[in-house]
Design a protein around this ligand. Structure first.
Ligand code: NAI
Length: 259
């Protein structure tokens, strides 16, 4: 990865948990955090890839930051609690949490199975819910900031994406309830809604061949985004620069949703 993350001075010395952190946008979050001097507890279903990523990004750490990798399944509440516990045991504090893990599958509405709808819902909606339920008690009285990764699929209709899009719309809406209920405890909850971002998930849509030119030209900025462009936005939402922002979903799509 060759991008230079934006630096938010107040982030140094904090601890943040990231799910789905082994690759793609999650990996970019970890890089941005450790470049900002933030300790990271990083969880992913793919434990081996998570360990490799943590090792590789170890060289990018600034200001004494450390990455602790873990194998987790975000559909299991106990795995979120283990991630939070790890943060407290290792770093003595938990200040932020990014519910990033996700999966994608295409399917017509008439053919999508109940199992597929359930899995989408479990990974995205239960994942974001269990993450918040583990993070908030661990943050304690000092509060913190949480970011859920939704998608512009929450707003726009693209063929054969019903199960994925409905689950991301639920995450976007859930974020507002989490913000309203947790605001009095000093916890801010926001979301980002990425558009087309250059990761394995996106390339899997087109058989690994990159995005067709017509899709790229549908974006007003005339390109797809990079994982780091999502991470910079997430760091803004975790940092004190956004201290009066909660219950908001920040769209990071080069304007693509308006086409
Ligand atoms: P990716 O497929 O490259 O990486 C997703 C990571 O999540 C993988 O490492 C995977 O092992 C992990 N994961 C999947 N299920 C998990 C589970 N049950 N427990 C723990 N980890 C799990 O995907 P990408 O593109 O980096 O996506 C990250 C997030 O951004 C997802 O929530 C996705 O829906 C969202 N997003 C991505 C967009 C894109 O164009 N790439 C657009 C909009 C949203």
């Amino acid at each position: 990865m060759t991008y230079e993350p934006t630096v938010f001075a107040d982030m140094a010395g904090r601890t943040v948990a990231v799910t789905g952190a082994a690759r793609g946008i999650g990996e970019a979050h970890v890089l941005a955090l450790v470049r900002n001097g933030v300790n990271v507890v990083a969880g992913d279903l793919d434990e081996e890839a998570m360990a490799d990523t943590a090792k590789r990004l170890g060289e990018e750490c600034r200001g004494g930051a450390t990455i602790v990798p873990m194998g987790i399944d975000v559909t299991r509440a106990e795995d979120h609690h283990a991630l939070a516990q790890h943060a407290l045991e290792r770093f003595g504090t938990l200040d932020g949490w990014i519910n990033n893990a996700g999966r994608y599958a295409l399917g017509d509405v008439l053919e999508t199975s109940g199992a597929e709808f359930t899995r989408m819902h479990e990974v995205h909606v239960l994942g974001a819910s269990f993450g918040v339920q583990a993070a908030v008690p661990a943050m304690g009285k000092s509060g913190g900031a949480i970011v859920n990764v939704a998608s512009i699929a929450a707003y726009v209709v693209r063929a054969r994406s019903g199960a994925y899009s409905a689950s991301k719309a639920a995450v976007e809406h859930l974020t507002k309830f989490q913000a309203v209920e947790l605001g009095p405890r000093g916890v801010r909850v926001n979301a980002v809604a990425p558009g087309m971002i250059d990761t394995d998930m996106l390339s899997s849509l087109n058989g690994g061949n990159g995005m067709p030119q017509s899709a790229v030209e549908s974006v007003p900025l005339r390109r797809i985004g990079t994982p780091g462009e999502v991470s910079d936005t997430v760091l803004f939402l975790l940092s004190d620069a956004s201290r009066f922002v909660t219950g908001h979903t920040l769209v990071v799509d080069g304007g693509g949703r308006h086409r």
